[in-house]
Design a protein around this ligand. Structure first.
Ligand code: DAH
Length: 342
């Protein structure tokens, strides 16, 4: 009888341990735990028959049954751990798709090429020790012309077609009036640049009614043309990121004396001559000169003591030459196929 029971328990153990290890879900495992080890489970059923045994046999079988129960409990526990792990792995695998990701990638904007050159120019002059100045875009006749030694009825006014406002102001035609504002407020030494928007009553393939300039002014004792050349040369070298030759051609501006136009080595043919530079090897890049004593007079700076240089350049032109852009209108059309290239 005892022997039979031991066999029965052993068989139960074999069958149930296999069943436990084959279970594939936590719910199944729980069912099996009830079925095998529960109060009304199979092992309990087997042990109910112990009553028929002698006390010694009962002790022996009881101990054996308890060992079996312990073993099976252990198998249950480790199977439970395995199934829980599998469950977590399944969950991770099923959520691999990151629903927090954007369905459509956002197009990342970037700075307009003109503004890139604007910012670069400001950075270069800052590093050269210049301050950044600003002036109003709606000027008076005095600042835009008169104080810059361009009197009314002077033919030099014809160089700039002007927008007038109903109140008698003018949209500044150049950044040069910032020179006057700065010199009214500050006395030498002065080193400033003024980048900004200017307006002219012009509109064709190579002119837009609104465009950008950068103005520079340096005033101190003993400033001469050599300083002007050095600063212009360094600015161009840093903007175009290459060594360039410059050439200063005599010219005329009412607010500088002497005045010059600056040419630089053609960036397209390196001076060999091409269509862009009309076979000259040179590109005109800015106007400049030594501040005219008549201008100093307007701002009460003694031209016997101080001297200075000034220059003004178009930022659209610099940007076009830097990036090889051949049509001014591209800057203002905001076609993303153009803008994406910078
Ligand atoms: N203001 C001039 C223009 O718009 C450019 C210029 C020429 C600026 C000579 C200067 C200068 O400061 O010295 O055509």
């Amino acid at each position: 009888m005892a022997h039979e029971l031991i066999e029965k328990i052993t068989e139960f153990e074999n069958l149930s341990s296999k069943a436990i290890q084959n279970s594939s879900t936590l719910a199944d495992l729980q069912d099996l735990r009830v079925k095998f080890l529960g109060k009304k489970g199979e092992l309990t059923q087997i042990l109910k028959t112990l009553g028929k045994l002698s006390p010694d046999e009962r002790k022996e079988i009881g101990a054996f049954a308890n060992q079996t129960k312990d073993k099976l409990s252990g198998i249950f526990d480790s199977q439970e751990i395995e199934l829980k792990k599998a469950e977590v792995n399944r969950l991770i695998a099923s959520q691999k798709q990151d629903v927090t990701l954007n369905a459509y990638p956002y197009a990342q904007g970037s700075k307009h090429p003109l503004i890139q050159v604007y910012d670069l120019s400001v950075k270069i002059f800052r590093e050269l020790g210049f301050d950044i100045a600003e002036g109003p875009e709606i000027e008076t006749d005095y600042y835009n012309f008169e104080a810059l030694n361009i009197p009314a009825n002077h033919p030099a006014r014809d160089m700039q077609d002007t927008f007038y406002t109903a109140e008698g102001g003018v949209l500044r035609t150049h950044t040069s009036p910032v020179q006057i504002h700065v010199m009214e407020e500050q006395k030498p030494p002065i080193a400033m640049v003024a980048p900004g928007v200017v307006y002219r009553c012009d509109s064709d393939q190579t002119h837009t009614p609104m465009f950008h300039q950068i103005e520079a002014l340096l005033v101190d004792k003993g400033i001469h043309f050599g300083h002007l050349k050095a600063v212009v040369q360094e600015f161009l070298r840093l903007v175009f990121e290459r060594d360039l030759q410059t050439r200063f051609r005599p010219s005329f501006f009412p607010f500088t004396e002497p005045s010059a136009e600056v040419d630089m080595t053609c960036v397209f043919c390196n001076g060999d001559g091409c269509r862009v530079c009309k076979k000259t090897g040179w590109l005109e890049i800015m106007g400049c000169g030594m501040v005219d004593p008549a201008v100093f007079k307007h701002v009460n700076i003694d031209s016997e003591v101080y001297s200075g240089f000034a220059f003004g350049a178009g930022l659209e032109r610099i940007t076009m030459l830097k990036y090889g852009i051949n049509d001014l209108r591209l800057f203002f059309e905001n076609d993303v196929r153009f803008l994406n290239q910078f």
